[in-house]
Design a protein around this ligand. Structure first.
Ligand code: FEO
Ligand code: CA
Ligand code: CA
Ligand code: CA
Length: 630
């Protein structure tokens, strides 16, 4: 067996290998026998209504497709396996910013290959771009961009094989993650970063934050450095993003657990802390070795530090001196993104996925309505957190996580949200990634990226993960997108109807449920939908983070990619392919909608420069005729 090099693993892959999970038990063996006896299809057929639900939604879509002309203004492109970006004819792309590009003149000459002084490492554009949003402000174009995690193998001296060897090296890793806020401008040569703009800012693992909401000040959030439990340092593993109705940025802390370790494997913890570590995957061994040189990340010394991560953080890109705010009202889990909207009565609704096998989909509804120009401080904390329960008959309900329903107090519901959701019997999902809300129809979508544990083993809370309505396939390695329509067209309502917008699969390899839904065909093969945005016209842009071997079950998929779907006809076509080895993640538009910004994370080879190091980058895509793009 090939030995896996842990320094080449993303935090998610690391979790996959290390997350504490129940040993194989009789349940596992029964499922395995069932699978080998009936074939994989057995589970899906046995469930029945899930496949029916998918069929009902999509058959009407495909018949509509036959009657309607395509809404896409381009000729879809073929799958690719090379080491660059492809877009359709009539479109062009250019790099806007690469990891290591200076945001300030002070950082000029900083050399990502040679390292450079640690104190300059937070003056550059960070690594591994992910979610992002644009902000128009006084005629300026600002953009906020997440930097999810570092590729330690290329960030640190090769000799140590990716393990930090000093406090400075830890600091450097900490500095190249987090969030970049920067001003950009369109020049005759294309989009460029405005170096030294007063809005340019790096927010990283040591940036002071405020903690607000129901868990602020709770004992479980207090540390030696912060006995009040209301301030913390830094935001980490910033995955997807969102934008509030009042124009601030929401950055989402995903695989925070891997940043904490223990120098004392025998350390013992209070039962609540230990249970939380178990449910969230905080272990003695960290993913990145921070605890070796930064005691804050050593749980044997500071057991409450992990409770100060796993939140959604609000940043005001227009106020470079503002302190980012961690909103505990939005719950603590492996936050993917935050899709916010305003309900008909003015209340703020935020949909959020917890990206872990068998975890849940959440919604927050504010108590008070949002009033444009009015105060917004309490809106993301004073409200009710709900978790989704999907019924097999294509209906569903949002179950309120209240003290009555969970037996937990409000602060504990915020800190151990997963446990609260398990207590109310929420529906275990196939790794909820991005949620997107349509601006033209009362509906929302969530990418369920894949789940090899579906029907195989329970989640870390012991919840059953047998196939269910929106997650109808055992050992699901292709993923699907669930769509729901809230009752009365009101995203604040308790009830909803749902269907599957698409089930990824491969009809060239399978003829059962793993072939995918009818709107998957040889021309648009993809797997593991992850990033998603819906443009102003209602088209659904889908980005992938999947298997790019282009072999076997994934033959014909090519590299990771971005597709676009018409929610009315069900048609899905390929718009962009990324360089080999990369994930395509993060999508937003310039204020004039004539540029689309797309993130390329962890490219392989030496993209985009063709020499030196591979650099995750943001690209700007335009039509050759400068037309509107969404
Ligand atoms: Fe960072 Fe779930 O993607
Ligand atoms: Ca993602
Ligand atoms: Ca993913
Ligand atoms: Ca990723």
């Amino acid at each position: 067996m090939t030995k896996i090099d842990p320094t080449e693993l993303s935090p998610d892959d690391w979790d996959e290998l290390n997350f504490p999970r129940p040993e194989e038990n009789e349940f596992d063996r029964v499922v395995e026998r069932a699978i080998s006896r009936r074939g994989f299809l057995g589970g899906v057929l046995a469930f029945g209504s899930g496949a029916a639900a998918m069929g009902a939604g999509l058959m009407s879509s495909t018949s509509a497709q036959a009657q309607n002309a395509s809404r896409f203004a381009f000729t879809p492109i073929a799958a690719q396996t090379d080491n660059t970006v492809h877009v359709p004819e009539g479109y062009n792309w250019k790099v806007l910013a690469r990891w290591g590009d200076p945001l300030f003149s002070d950082a000029d000459g900083y050399d990502i290959t040679g390292g450079g002084p640690v104190e300059k490492s937070d003056l550059i554009f960070g690594e591994n771009t992910d979610g992002m949003e644009t902000f128009g402000y006084n005629g300026r174009q600002l953009i906020a961009i997440n930097h999810e995690y570092p590729n330690r193998k290329i960030n640190l001296p090769k000799l140590r094989a990716g393990t930090p060897g000093s406090a400075d090296e830890v600091k450097k890793l900490q500095n190249i993650q987090g969030v970049t806020v920067m001003e950009i401008t369109e020049t005759p040569e294309g989009w460029a970063v405005v170096k030294d703009s007063p809005f340019n800012r790096r927010i990283h693992h040591n940036t002071p934050m405020k903690i607000v909401g129901p868990a602020a000040g709770h004992d479980l959030l207090k540390t030696e450095a912060d006995p009040t439990g209301t301030t913390s340092l830094g935001t980490m593993n910033n995955c997807g993003a969102g934008k509030t109705p009042w124009g601030t940025y929401l950055t989402c802390e995903e695989n925070f657990n891997g940043y904490f370790g223990s120098s004392d494997e025998t350390a013992s913890y209070d039962q609540k802390v230990a249970d939380g570590f178990g449910r969230y995957g905080v272990k003695a061994e960290s993913w990145n070795g921070y605890e070796l040189f930064d005691p804050r990340f050593d749980t044997s010394k500071h057991p409450n530090e992990p409770h100060r991560a796993g939140w959604i953080v609000e940043i005001d890109p227009t106020k470079p001196d503002s302190t980012p705010v961690k909103h505990t009202g939005l719950g603590r889990f492996k936050h993917e993104n935050a899709a916010a909207t305003v309900a008909p009565d003015g209340r703020v609704v935020v949909y959020m996925g917890d990206d872990e096998r068998g975890e849940f989909l959440y919604k927050f509804v504010s108590t008070n309505p949002y009033q444009p120009g009015g105060p917004t401080e309490g809106l993301l904390n004073d409200g009710q957190l709900y978790v989704a329960k999907f019924n097999d008959d294509q209906t569903g309900e949002w179950v309120a996580l209240t003290p009555d329903a969970t037996g937990m107090d409000a602060a504990e519901i915020a800190i151990f949200t997963r446990t609260a959701a398990s207590k109310v019997g929420a529906t275990t999902m196939d790794r909820p990634e991005w949620v997107a809300i349509s601006p033209v129809a009362a509906e929302a979508y969530c990418c369920l990226t894949n789940n090899k544990n579906r029907g195989v083993k329970p989640n870390a809370g012991g919840d059953d993960t047998s196939v269910n309505g929106p997650n109808p396939r055992e050992t699901n390695h292709y993923g699907q997108i669930v769509r729901w329509r809230p009752a009365n067209d009101d995203h604040a309502a308790d009830g909803f109807d749902w269907d599957l917008y698409v089930m990824a699969g491969n009809p060239t390899v399978h003829s059962d449920a793993y072939a995918g839904s009818p709107n998957v065909n040889e021309g648009n093969l993809f797997n593991s939908p992850d990033g998603m945005q819906i443009d102003t016209t209602g088209l659904v842009w889908i980005q992938t983070d999947g298997n790019d071997d282009n072999e076997g079950d994934f033959a014909g998929n090519g590299n990771n990619q971005m597709l676009v779907g018409d929610p009315v006809t069900g048609e899905i076509v390929r718009f962009l392919t990324g360089p080999s080895g990369s994930e395509v993640t993060g999508l937003t538009w310039s204020d004039d909608l004539r540029t689309m910004f797309v993130g390329i994370q962890h490219p392989g080879g030496t993209w985009p420069d063709g020499e030196g190091l591979p650099r995750s980058s943001i690209i700007a895509i335009k039509r050759d005729d400068n037309g509107i793009l969404g």
